[in-house]
Write a protein that binds this ligand. Sequence first.
Ligand code: IYR
Length: 224
Amino acid sequence: MGMEKRVPLENYIEYPEAEMRERVSRFTQNLLRRRTVRDYSERPVERAVIEQAIIAAGSAPSGANHQPWHFVVLSDPAKRKALREAAEAEEAAFYNGKAPQEWLDALAPLGTDASKPFLEHAPVLIAVFAQKRGGEEIGQDKKNYYIHESVGIACGFLLAALHEAGLVTLTHTPNPMRFLNEVCERPVEEKPYMLIVGGYPAEDATVPEHALVKKSLNEITTWL
Ligand code: IYR
């Protein structure tokens, strides 16, 4: 046996099968309403809501439970403006030559372009950083494991929590996004992983039809 200390599993809840079916379908139907939205209202979102969503993200499973993530919530207008300008410069380079035609063709049905006003004006902007080194406690300097998997799951939890709160979201990954370290005042050892934008949709918000098409259960599943 290992040297680990173990405690009883607490807080587990078993549901009767009928309730289980009901719960999972309610959860699924709710997640199916999630849309990636690019048109935001400037109406503010309470800090307490953002905090709860980040707590949900921070509960994600991670390699060796090292929790290799850091979340920077950006509201400072000067920082938001600087971030937008840096991201739009990278995106302009991407859309005007750097991206291969195949990639541009894949994006055409989404209608995205280099203009990213939500980076400055959406009420919630969270920059997620991945830590190569750290540990289960702040201040440690151990090697982290399965960093991409861990931070990816945390981002999924974050998106789901914001959706559950009744907000719309957008993932944005300017490429390259090293400029985020400076804007967000994070050390170079941390790698910017993703920007998560959230808020209330603008009254005239639209979504591309293309994004409504999801593969069916049969297409994405094999039962052996
Ligand atoms: N980062 C760019 C391009 C982009 C790439 C993919 I793949 C998308 O699904 C959407 C956008 C941008 O944000 O415009």
